[in-house]
Ligand binder design. Structure first.
Ligand code: MG
Length: 308
């Protein structure tokens, strides 16, 4: 399946080091269009398919890598947003409307992983990652309760937007970062010594944060330590992002995908003609970047591999 050059897409080299990350004649493909706000792509290698969220349409879509067909995977999805996969291959989802994080079990049943902190309902879990020890880390900004388009309008019970960790043994939910305005995308470094977290506070607050912070994971593996600014977004917001095995970050932004080197410097872009919300690596060698951009799902083969 090749869809040809999509208008408005291109690779932009800002630093020459970006040139080694993609194949010169590779193209950005638009795999499907017809969503309202695409988010949360997650790749299932065993089935060769990708699931993502269409938040306002209250559904999850599935792109089948064997024939390129797209179908509705789950509807209603409780306005799901970020999705990921755990080490066993089970899908973990953030749900705005039901204000919870869930796991889809092998038999298709759904287990609630977290819906409260300190006895109060979560705001609207946004994005989620699983650490190698099985712990589940997620962000909880209030986008899903600010209005009815992507969730259900409600007051925040917690009154703040935190980052949480769910213990794999006790299921206890602890707040691991409380100093973000609207914590959003997150991803561990390959060695799991750092957790990168985007803050999209600038979406609703003038001069609010539009950056990614690099936060040390303490030696206990459960708590976070020193936090420093990693990169400021030069166009729109860093929402969801992923790392490649060389430590680069591939992040959503206002004009497409921004590639940041391990020092946080913008080295290149994949221009996309729609606002991009998130990305994930897929295919057997994780050398294909899937990009959720507003109404559409895009992809590009790269000359890098995503962190597994
Ligand atoms: Mg997000």
């Amino acid at each position: 399946m090749f869809y040809g050059q999509v208008e408005g897409t291109s690779f932009e080299i800002i630093d020459e080091s970006f040139g080694e990350t993609f194949v010169g004649h590779a193209r950005v493909e638009r795999l499907w269009t017809g969503a309202r706000w695409s988010e949360g792509p997650v790749w299932f290698a065993a089935g060769r398919y990708l699931v993502w969220s269409d938040i306002p349409n209250n559904r999850q879509m599935r792109w089948d890598g064997t024939d390129g067909s797209v179908s509705v995977f789950r509807e209603p999805s409780n306005n799901s947003n970020g999705n990921t996969i755990d080490a066993q291959g089970r899908m973990i989802s953030c749900e705005h409307f039901s204000r919870r994080v869930t796991r889809t079990e092998f038999d298709g049943s759904i287990t609630v992983i977290a819906d409260k902190f300190d006895g109060k309902r979560l705001n609207s879990p946004n994005d989620v990652v699983v650490k190698s020890d099985g712990s589940i880390w997620f962000t909880d900004p209030d986008y899903g309760i600010l209005g009815d388009y992507e969730g259900g309008r409600a007051d925040s019970e917690i009154g703040a937007c935190y980052v949480y960790r769910v213990d794999p043994d006790t299921a206890e939910v602890t707040a691991v970062a409380t100093d973000f305005v609207k914590p959003n995308g997150l991803a561990f470094s390959a060695d799991e010594n750092h957790l990168f977290i985007a803050d999209t506070g600038g979406s609703h607050i003038k001069n609010g944060p539009t950056h990614i912070r690099k936060v040390s994971v303490n030696s206990d593996g459960k708590t976070l330590g020193e936090s420093k600014l990693f990169a400021e977004c030069s166009n729109g917001l860093f929402d969801g992002f992923r790392l490649d095995t060389d430590g680069r970050i591939w992040s959503s932004a206002g004009d497409g995908v921004h590639c940041l080197n391990p020092d946080g410097e913008l080295i290149g872009k994949i221009h996309i003609p729609e606002l991009v919300s998130n990305v994930c690596f897929g295919e057997a060698r994780l050398n294909r970047l899937f990009i959720t951009g507003t109404t559409s799902l895009y992809s590009a083969y790269l000359d890098v591999r995503g962190v597994r």
